[in-house]
Write a protein that binds this ligand. Structure first.
Ligand code: SF4
Ligand code: SF4
Length: 351
């Protein structure tokens, strides 16, 4: 039987609110060996969960019996435009994409089950071990850049990815994007921790991985470089020329639910968060990935770079209270002590 045309499925995805959609085969990803080597080299750092289900990343077909095709989608999100406070990665400032995109994809699966009662569909949004950037590239949604993000040339890399595996045989959409990077190295040059080499991320050095995934102390060698980043880091996307406003990006608006709902995130507030105050501020966003202790640890690190801040006296006294409180978790206390040391050092160097 001839494969189903991709057009209808792509159109359904676009009508459901996704900015980009395409189809690829269930064939194993070519870059699985590169990913394996990356794991072998320990580049995943604190993301130990990546070691699980390694075989499935080689064989997406094993995620759904008799799967033939993968429908790939991308949502565009809004880059942050908040002045002041601690920095939170743009993708996490709106509604939690896992929940919203999963709901959208489940609705599409239901629609397709109605049209193809014999077919199976499985929606994934970070919920299955897929090499999703390669799959999206294969489906024609863009090309992976040297910053390891999927880039739609002209529309940029502010993209959240999702997939639907299906037993339907759907004709793949063309993957005809040119290399978005050529001789550019802006992301590599701008990364404050030298975590990037072309198409390879060392997550042990990456601020995003450290602040979001690492559940223990963050080595003091990174504290200065972390700067104002409380949760995640957007630097290697901010500097990318593909993320400048273009006719195409203007025509592909970000999804309304991705828009900032956090507003200003004052460091002093986070240092003093209780479980209830944390919940009130970040409930419903992807920032909930980091625990209260992780966020307060991160806030201590950010505070250590705030020697010139108007609230310095209050920040310092909260740091001292944390550093001296026997009931504070060790990683928060250690981060507070290091922040006080850095503040003192920079005040001394200024006098
Ligand atoms: S997210 Fe930040 S720290 Fe990580 S690679 Fe990009 S610029 Fe470097
Ligand atoms: S900043 Fe330059 S090198 Fe990095 S991903 Fe963008 S285009 Fe590629």
């Amino acid at each position: 039987m001839a494969p189903h045309a991709a057009h209808t499925f792509v159109q359904d995805c676009l009508e459901a609110g996704f900015a980009l959609a395409g189809v690829t085969s269930i064939d194993p990803p070519e870059r699985a060996p590169i990913f394996e080597q990356w794991l072998e080299d320990g580049m995943h750092g604190a993301m130990q969960w990546m070691e699980r289900h390694r075989d499935l990343r080689h064989q997406p077909a094993d995620l759904l019996e008799d799967a033939r095709s993968i429908i790939c989608v991308a949502t565009r999100y809004a880059p942050a435009d908040v002045k002041g406070g601690a920095a939170v990665a743009s993708y996490a400032r709106g509604d939690d994409y896992h929940k919203v995109m999963k709901k959208q994809l489940h609705a599409l699966c239901d629609q397709w089950r109605g049209a193809f009662p014999d077919a199976q569909f499985r929606a994934c949004v970070d919920t299955a071990p897929l090499l999703e950037r390669e799959l999206a590239e294969r489906a024609g949604l863009g090309r992976v850049g040297k910053n390891t993000m999927l880039i739609d040339p002209g529309a940029g890399s502010w993209l959240l990815l999702g997939e639907v595996l299906t037993t339907l045989d759907i004709a793949p959409t063309p993957a005809d994007h040119d290399d978005p990077c050529a001789s550019c190295t802006r992301c590599i040059d701008a990364c404050p921790t030298e975590a990037l080499s072309p198409w390879r991320l060392d997550a042990r050095r990456c601020i995003s991985a450290m602040t979001i995934e690492q559940r223990s102390e963050i080595d003091v060698q990174w504290h200065d470089a972390i700067g104002e980043w409380l949760f995640g880091c957007d630097i290697c996307q901010d500097v990318c020329p593909h993320n400048q406003l273009t006719e195409r990006s203007a025509a592909l608006p970000s999804a309304p639910w991705t828009r900032d709902r956090l507003g200003l995130v004052p460091v002093l507030d986070v240092l003093e968060w209780t479980p209830q105050r944390r919940e009130a501020k970040i409930a419903g966003t992807a920032v909930t990935r980091a625990t209260l202790d992780m966020m307060r640890r991160n806030a201590c690190i950010v505070a250590g770079g705030m020697a010139g801040h108007a609230d310095l006296d209050s920040i310092r006294s909260v740091l001292e209270a944390i550093a001296n409180a026997a009931d504070e978790p060790e990683m928060v206390r250690d981060a507070a002590r290091e922040a006080i040391r850095r503040l003192d050092a920079s005040l001394r160097s200024e006098s």
